[in-house]
Design a protein around this ligand. Structure first.
Ligand SMILES: *[C@@H]1O[C@H](CO)[C@@H](O)[C@H](O)[C@H]1NC(C)=O
Ligand SMILES: *[C@@H]1O[C@H](CO)[C@@H](O)[C@H](O)[C@H]1NC(C)=O
Length: 438
């Protein structure tokens, strides 16, 4: 082997896509203790070629009262990963677990946060959502004198301190939660009111958020734009049933509609910057990667309005200049040195109901293109529970053929059906080795 071949061989090993596995939601239970049941399958995962496991570090469990932290269950988990030869990715989960698709566990955010008024996203119908603290108070001292950004920063610092030299060794990545389900988004589709494939609702009606919008309108010399859209239907509307999202003639195409959408979407980008900046300075210096997740809003992707993406905060097309949200996130993350995590890697267009204009393949392609153009590192996940080769082949295709820089695929999620069913385990092993040999 000459030097060049050796170099190529080494670099291809280094850049092989890794497969991680998401731990059960209740791996660390409400009492703060590690449930070691799932850990029993670490040997099987390691044998299958898995690189690491990902776990939610629940705010509601770990900060029961302000600045009193309990990360004991996670220290133990990290040590067991180390013993098994697996890496650990930790999600800073500042959101409620439960009430969302696939959640079988209920872990609210801390009681001392839930008791605060006027910090919640509100829809046009006046319903407040307590899954996450609204981004509109990020810099207000509303949490017993601390701002949410300070609270998140303190939490990440405390986690780093508590984990000590596990950070950057066994803990190789921190994913920072920036909204519901840990994703950078608004709670546009809340599972207690929404069902697939409804358009969802804008979450811009909290008193402060409305005022912010009115101020922005005034500054743009349009004081008459005094409210976010009130004609966008409700959670389960279809786009063409609403005057705001109706194809090609809806309010979304007016100057007002575009102005609102840009404003709504920009707030998400600012929110990401505010929280990722301290995250990067806390963890990157300790040789630990930082990642962030974007939701896969594939329904109505094929409708001119991209209605569901819009209520989520993802302005995409719609005649608004510079409005590719995915590209904007990709350049922000590239600038900050944060990994772009995206989902839906297992989904095919032809598996979706034909009347809801779902185009997960096109969405995934758009995001892959956006990450490639910006040069940001990408990682991926599947969105729904699957064990079959159709889904796995799609994952392999998306990861290997198109995604120049997909650095890791995280399988959702570890359970007995994956590891103790021989057929499922064999399929999974094939997935892992195919991805490793991309
Ligand atoms: C631990 O997890 C297993 C499997 O998910 C579950 O059956 C069991 O009840 C859990 N134990 C505790 C103490 O929560
Ligand atoms: C809106 O503008 C007024 C007047 O400048 C200011 O007092 C108020 O704090 C602003 N509100 C928000 C939510 O930004």
């Amino acid at each position: 082997m000459n030097a060049l071949c050796i170099l190529i061989a080494i670099s291809s090993i280094c850049s092989a896509t890794k497969v991680n596995v998401m731990m059960p939601l209740d791996t660390v239970a409400n009492n703060g203790k590690l449930n070691e049941t799932a850990v029993r399958s670490f040997g099987i995962l390691k044998n299958a070629g898995v690189y690491g496991v990902m776990v939610d570090v629940w705010w509601g469990i770990c900060e029961p009262s302000p600045k009193r932290y309990n990360f004991g269950g996670y220290q133990r988990l990290a040590d067991l990963c180390q013993q098994a030869g697996l890496k650990l990715q930790c999600v800073m989960s500042f959101h409620q677990c439960g009430g969302n698709v696939g959640d079988n566990v209920y872990i609210p955010i801390p009681e001392w946060v839930r008791n605060v008024n006027d910090i919640w996203y509100r829809d046009v119908h006046g319903h407040d959502d307590k899954e996450v603290v609204g981004l509109f108070v990020d810099n207000d001292p509303v949490l017993q004198g601390r701002t949410p950004v300070q609270v998140y920063t303190d939490y990440m610092n405390a986690f780093k301190q508590s984990m000590g030299n596990r950070i950057g060794t066994v803990i190789n990545e921190i994913q920072v939660g920036l909204g519901p389900c840990g994703e950078l988004r608004y709670p546009g589709y809340q599972s207690d009111r929404w069902s697939f494939p409804g358009v969802g609702e804008f979450q811009a009606f909290a008193p402060k958020m409305k005022q912010m919008f009115q101020n922005a309108s005034k500054a743009a010399n349009h004081p008459e734009w005094d409210s976010p859209p009130t004609d966008a239907g409700s959670y389960n509307s279809r786009p063409d049933d609403t005057s705001f999202f109706r194809a090609n003639s809806g309010g979304y195409q007016t100057e007002y509609g575009k102005f609102f959408m840009n404003w709504y979407s920009n707030l998400l980008i600012e929110h990401a910057r505010k929280i990722l900046t301290p995250a990067v300075s806390i963890f990157r210096s300790s040789n630990c990667a930082v990642a962030m997740k974007v939701a896969g809003i594939h329904w109505w992707y094929g409708h001119a309005s991209h209605a569901s993406e819009m209520t989520t905060g993802y302005v995409n097309g719609n005649g608004i200049s510079g409005s590719d949200f995915y590209k904007r996130v990709a350049s922000l993350l590239r600038e900050l040195g944060v990994i772009f995590d995206f989902t839906c890697f297992e989904m095919s267009n032809n598996e979706q109901p034909s009347d809801s204009r779902c185009q997960p393949e096109d969405l995934v392609n758009q995001v892959i293109q956006a990450t490639r153009q910006s040069g940001v590192t990408m990682s991926s996940e599947n969105a729904l529970e699957r064990y079959d080769s159709t889904a796995y082949n799609r994952v392999i295709q998306n990861t290997c053929n198109k995604g120049g820089k997909v650095e890791a695929f995280t399988y959702l999620r570890l359970n007995d059906k994956l590891v103790y069913n021989q057929n499922n385990l064999n399929e999974f092993k094939r997935l892992v080795s195919s991805i490793a040999n991309c």
